[in-house]
Design a protein around this ligand. Structure first.
Ligand code: SF4
Ligand code: SF4
Length: 372
């Protein structure tokens, strides 16, 4: 058996959906795309990731000769109905803290490569989707997501894992191309609530809901609040509506009891009033992009989601939070949501808080009352 065959066999045995191979040459197309609009990518440096630098591959790791790329299907089970539409699917099963599932498979795979005597590097700074496309594993959707080419019924619910190695391995045929059917008239673009998908194959991460739910600083921009709807962390609407995902979504998948058990911890009313202990011990083990010092960001997202749900039954919890939360972005968003929900109780809550507030919260209350 050749090295390539042994690697392929091991990856499939560990549960990866597919494995491909490419060279360690720089990802030139990625670098070129980055350079045309650096203002849309530079925010990734805030999280310590320099993707343009990472795309250099062998320029950063001169010993590297090839890249092994794995794809893992994270939609093997059904997602709880009361999390779908509020939390992006990939975050609901993020294994990077628990390391029991796909991260464990990566660890085992890396162990296997080491036992094969290889020097290797795996890091999040390497652009994953472009690596998978150059290894022939995926094609692009016009929504910028990667869709499996030979596995997973062609679905996009995948994590790509590029690993640089020092062995010469014959590369696979690249598939850096759009794989959408001609008859789909850009359903993803039409469905994107914020206009982040501004033309086929072009997405502005700064308008994308995931960025705004976890990275954007301060109170959410007014023009994004309604379009962001019920999403609290992440968004997968442009994948949900995509016909390329239909075959996978039309299956009856097994339930995920551990996820169903904790779904209650993630409901917006619970998030809005959660303690620091709840945040650190129940939320952060799964969703950890927002620092533990910024619980207010979570509560602001929950307040906005409740406002967009249109249920006036949420007025009391928003009014209480407007009265007693120490974070002005949370209070400001509660004011906005009360204005959006409307009704006499919401109006009374806003009016009662107006005299005691100043700055951002006073502005938000004033705007909310004007709307009423
Ligand atoms: S919705 Fe249509 S255009 Fe968009 S990614 Fe899916 S198939 Fe392609
Ligand atoms: S993830 Fe959501 S906000 Fe971002 S491009 Fe897709 S639909 Fe638009």
């Amino acid at each position: 058996m050749t090295l390539k065959q042994r690697i392929t066999e091991k990856a499939l045995e560990l549960g990866f959906a597919d494995v491909g191979f490419t060279t360690a040459d720089p990802l030139d197309l990625y670098i070129k795309e980055y350079e045309t609009r650096p203002e849309m990518y530079d925010w990734t440096k805030l999280g310590g990731l320099d993707l343009k630098q990472g795309a250099g591959l062998a320029q950063n790791h001169p010993w590297a000769k090839s890249m092994v790329v794995l794809i893992y299907n994270y939609h093997q089970k059904h997602f709880p109905a009361d999390l779908v539409g509020k939390y992006g699917r990939c975050y609901q099963i993020d294994d990077r803290i628990a390391q029991k599932d796909w991260v464990l498979a990566i660890i085992n795979f890396i162990g296997f490569l080491s036992e094969e005597g290889m020097q290797l590097h795996q890091g999040e700074e390497i652009p994953a989707r472009m690596s998978a496309a150059r290894a022939g594993l995926v094609t692009y959707g016009k929504n910028c997501f990667a869709y499996a080419r030979k596995s997973m019924m062609g679905a996009s619910w995948l994590v790509s894992v590029p690993i640089l190695v020092d062995a010469e391995i014959e590369p696979d045929e690249p598939s850096i191309e759009v794989g959408c059917p001609k008859w789909c008239k850009n359903a993803c673009l039409a469905a994107c609530p914020t206009g982040a998908l501004y033309k086929p194959k072009k997405m502005n991460p700064l308008k994308c809901i995931p960025f705004n739910t976890y990275y954007a600083p301060g109170i959410t921009a007014m023009e994004l609040r309604e379009p962001m709807g019920r999403w609290i962390y992440g968004c997968d609407r442009c994948q949900q509506v995509c016909p390329r995902n239909e075959p996978w979504m039309n299956q009856v998948l097994p339930e995920n009891p551990p996820l169903m058990e904790i779904a209650g911890d993630f409901q917006p009313e619970v998030i809005l009033t959660m303690s620091q202990d709840h945040y650190e011990n129940k939320i952060m083990p799964l969703m950890f992009y927002i620092p533990k010092e910024n619980i207010g960001k979570w509560k602001m997202n929950a307040a906005r989601a409740l406002g967009n749900m249109g249920d006036t039954g949420h007025v009391p919890i928003l009014a209480e939070t407007l009265a007693d939360n120490p974070d002005e972005t949370v209070r400001g968003m509660c004011a906005w949501s009360l204005g959006r929900l409307g009704g006499s109780k919401a109006k009374a809550a806003l009016e009662s808080r107006l005299p005691g507030e100043d700055g951002l919260v006073k502005e938000e209350i004033t705007l909310a009352l004007e709307k009423l």
